[in-house]
Every structure is written in C-alpha cells, then in structure tokens.
Design a protein around this ligand. Structure first.
Ligand code: BJW
Ligand code: ZN
Length: 248
C-alpha cells in the first residue's frame, strides 16, 4: 500500500491530528455498514428505523433490531484499523478521535477519550423519563421492554432528527478546525453534522485525506484519497510514519 508522500510529510510534522471514523472502520470486524446491503433488517432500511418516526409506530421492531445489533457487537472484536488508530495516537502530540460509530470498538481497542457523535449502542434509557434502563431485559417474545414508569426503552444513540450532544459536537469541531492533518475513514459523508467536519478542517488549513475502498461524496474536495479497506490502509500508514520517524 503506497502512502502519498505529501500526507506522510504533513503527518510527520503535525502537532495535531484529528480522525473521523464511520461504519467502514468496523466493517472488517463483521459489523454491517449502515448503507451497505447488510444494514437492512427484516426488509427495512436502517434510516427508516433509526428515528423517532420509525420507533413510534413499531417499537417492538426497533427494539428487536437493536437487541440483534447489541448481540452481534458483543460477539465481534476490534480489527487492525481500530488498533492502528491506537498506535497513531501515540505518534502525534495531540490526537483526537471522533467517531460516528455506536459499537464501542474504538474504546475496546484501547482508544481513550473517543468523541462519540452518535452515542452508544450498548447504553439504553427510558424514552419518557430518561432513566437508565436495560433494553436486553426479558425475552424477545415479551417486547416491548418498558421502564418502571411505563415508558418505552430506547437505545442510547442519536437518531435522525435528534440533536447531537452539544459538548461532544463542539469538541469535534474544535479538533477539526485546529488540526494539521484530518483523516476521514470509512464514512460515506452523507450524514450531517459529522459530514461537515472534513470540510471545516480543510477550510481551516488542515491536510485532509480519506480512507475508503469506494470514494465518498467528499473525496473530490479532499487533498488525498487512499483507496482501500481501513484494516489494510491504516496499519500501512502507521508503519510508514514509524519508518519515516526512525529515519528522520
Ligand atoms: C469502508 C470499508 C472498509 C466499507 N474500510 N471503509 C444538512 C444537510 C442535509 C441534512 C441534514 C443536514 N444537517 C442535518 C441534517 C439531517 C440529518 C442528515 O444528515 N440527513 C442526511 C442523511 C441527509 N442529520 C440528523 O438528523 C442529525 N441530527 C441533527 O442534525 O440534529 C439537528 C437538531 C438540532 C436541534 C434539535 C433537533 C435536531 C442526527 C444524525 C444521527 C445519525 N444517526 C445514525 C444512527 C445511529 C444509531 C444506529 O446506528 O442505529 O448514525 S444514521 C447512521 O449514519 C449512523 C452512522 O453513524 C451514520 C453515518 O454513516 P457512516 O458511518 O458514514 O456509514 P455508511 O454506511 O453510510 O458508510 C460506510 C462507508 O464505509 C462507505 O463509504 C463504504 O464505502 C465504507 N467502507 N467497508 C473503510 N473496510
Ligand atoms: Zn421511565
């Protein structure tokens, strides 16, 4: 895997690096991407289920979908892409990892202080009183799961039409606008406000590169596109940076 010289030089000199990850980073762990064929559930598109409008008319279907995904995520493990980002963090003075992923695989790989824009799949709360509640309580044929107040239990994720946590979004924007290099990894760049971060970084002067086997809609506006799976490209990038450092 050939790493562009310009990216390597900017990374080697960088004081601050920010990385935005999306579902593609977890694809090689066996977690289906949102917009890939594996994202469909019982014939439904994820974007039709991941919203208050999807939950309200059929909470049993949406709870069953999330329980299915929680079971899957418990069974998978971080892949070389997650591990490479842990190594990359150790090579730069200031490193910020921003993820759209809700699966917790970055944290399980050992990345600290991950800015989770879209929340956490393994957390759940009451949709009425917001008290913490267990979405996995009881068998699948006894859904919907309810809180002691009678409200429906929902996952601790950010659905379409819901606001992201202000502090988390502000920290992500701050990292994007103050970094020297920004990497957008495994995201289609279709979902906002996350999709605005690479452009914000570039407007503020960062070198912005994408890692994706298929160029995203953002690719034409970036400085470099590394075409390939994150689990191959990121370890190669980190190895190239380590070699560059050793010879500098
Ligand atoms: C590989 C690979 C490998 C494969 N290696 N790569 C501006 C313009 C237009 C619309 C909006 C806008 N601002 C806001 C909106 C509305 C909306 C939105 O963006 N809509 C667009 C779809 C049009 N945004 C929102 O509603 C957000 N909220 C908001 O803006 O609130 C405003 C507000 C303020 C005040 C009060 C109230 C509201 C919320 C967005 C929440 C998104 N949530 C989801 C679901 C989370 C829970 C769950 O998982 O169930 O988050 S949607 C889903 O998409 C999930 C993901 O995090 C997110 C992004 O997807 P991602 O990661 O990019 O994955 P994919 O599948 O799209 O792409 C995978 C990529 O990987 C592909 O490119 C592959 O090629 C690649 N890949 N294998 C590397 N091995
Ligand atoms: Zn409640």
């Amino acid at each position: 895997m050939l790493i562009p010289d310009a990216l390597l030089h900017r990374l080697a000199a960088a004081r601050a690096v920010a990385v935005l990850t999306g579902a593609g980073v977890s694809a090689e762990s066996g977690v289906p991407t949102s917009r890939g064929a594996g994202g469909f559930y019982e014939g439904h598109r994820p974007e039709d289920l991941a919203s208050p409008e999807g939950f309200r008319p059929d909470p049993v279907l949406v709870q069953r979908w999330y329980r299915h995904r929680r079971r899957l995520v418990r069974e998978v493990a971080p892949n070389p892409a997650h591990h490479a980002l842990v190594r990359l963090a150790a090579l730069v003075p200031r490193f910020t990892l921003v993820t759209q992923n809700v699966d917790g695989l970055h944290e399980r790989a050992g990345s600290p202080h991950v800015l989770r824009l879209h929340g956490a799949l393994m957390e759940s709360r009451c949709a009425t009183c917001a008290r913490s509640a267990d979405l996995d309580a009881g068998p699948d044929d006894a859904l919907p799961v309810r809180c002691t107040c009678g409200g429906l239990v929902r996952p601790g994720v950010v659905w379409f039409g819901e606001a992201l946590l202000v502090d988390v979004l502000e920290a992500a924007e701050q990292a994007a606008t103050t970094c020297d290099v920004f990497l957008s990894v495994g995201t289609s760049g279709l979902v906002y406000p996350a999709a605005a971060l690479p452009g914000m970084a570039r407007a503020a002067g960062a070198f912005v590169a994408e890692v994706n086997p298929e160029p995203s809609v953002l690719a034409p506006h970036l400085d470099a596109v590394l075409a390939g799976p994150a689990g191959v490209v990121l370890p190669a990038l980190v190895a190239a940076l380590e070699t560059h450092r050793a010879h500098a």
